[in-house]
Ligand binder design. Structure first.
Ligand code: ADP
Ligand code: MG
Length: 288
């Protein structure tokens, strides 16, 4: 049970002077239940990559399959496979259009022909997941809400389709620090409570590293690194920079301290972990 890319290449505007190779022979597998972060600089190919997972873009070469079905094949099987993948685009609030929050979240479930009772159940559950009260929000116009609330409504609209694989392209972009943290916390909780596979795209390493089990780093249309965050940060700073990774400032701090003789051993991805690591190193030093 997985999403598999086999030798996937993608070229924008082939055969024109504007031709742009955005993906180069990509191979990887995302297994059901994983929580994966896809990171990389702007223009590295992250959005192009994930838009292949629900068939929005078709590979110029290669095959994308969801649970062993080529999603760009013909027939019902491909349609069913594609439906297992839910996609939250960058700035999804631009796609809100209904008069009420309820109708906006219900749009997808209605489209797939669910009955009224099931639709209401899904709208309630989806609102709950994004931390908004049904009674307070369902009758309001999405356009009267704050930017962060609109974003959450848009995410709820995809969650209401109950996808097995949930892809979010830069879900926290443009929000203030508190809004960013809230959204990511909610996605993390959703993953933990339902087991839904989450593929989270971000250009902010520090933001995703603490949540995910696995990081895929994109660099110039290729996967430059793929592994557990802790293992990725064991690479040297030079190697990380070469791979297109912005090294979190806590990692730089620890490396600096180590260089100056403080025996910090562990790798830290958050300020809290860095503090614990530094305290432990100081205790060790004082004992010597
Ligand atoms: P990211 O999401 O990592 O910022 P993208 O997948 O959007 O990267 O872009 C990868 C490459 O493809 C970039 O060089 C970008 O300029 C190019 N590109 C993206 N979308 C288009 C498009 N619609 N037409 C032409 N080139 C595009
Ligand atoms: Mg992008």
């Amino acid at each position: 049970m997985s999403i598999v890319f086999k030798d996937v290449s993608y070229v924008y505007m082939p055969g024109t002077p504007f031709k742009q190779t955005a993906l180069k022979k990509i191979n990887f597998e995302i297994k059901k239940g994983e929580f994966v972060g896809i990171i990389g600089h702007t223009g590295s190919g992250k959005s192009t990559l994930v838009q292949h997972m629900n068939g929005l873009l078709k590979p110029s070469l290669g095959v994308v399959s969801v649970e062993d079905i080529d999603i760009n094949g013909k027939g019902d099987a491909a349609r069913v496979a594609k439906r297992k993948v839910g996609m939250v685009f960058q700035y999804p609030e631009h796609q809100l259009f209904e008069e009420t929050v309820y109708d906006d979240i219900a749009f997808g479930p209605r489209n797939i022909g669910l009955d009224a009772e099931e639709i209401e159940r899904r709208v309630r559950k989806a609102l709950d997941f994004v931390g908004l009260d049904f009674n307070m929000f369902s009758g309001r116009s999405p356009f009267q809400l704050s930017g962060g609330q609109m974003r959450r409504i848009a995410i709820a609209g995809v969650v209401a389709l109950e996808p097995e694989y949930l892809i979010l392209d830069e879900p926290s972009a443009g929000l203030d620090p508190r809004g960013r943290e809230t959204i990511l916390d909610e996605i993390f909780k959703l993953h933990n409570s339902t087991g839904v596979t989450v593929i989270l795209v971000s250009h902010n390493m520090e933001e995703v590293a603490r949540f995910v089990d696995r990081l895929i780093v994109m660099h110039s249309g290729e996967i430059s690194l793929d592994g557990e965050p802790r293992d990725i940060f064991r690479h040297s700073r030079d190697k990380l920079v070469q791979a297109g990774v912005d090294v979190p400032s806590v990692c730089t701090l620890l490396a600096e301290l180590r260089g100056r003789g403080l025996p910090v051993e562990d790798i830290a991805l958050t300020p809290e972990e860095a503090t614990a690591t530094i305290m432990a190193a100081m205790r060790r030093r004082d004992r010597c």
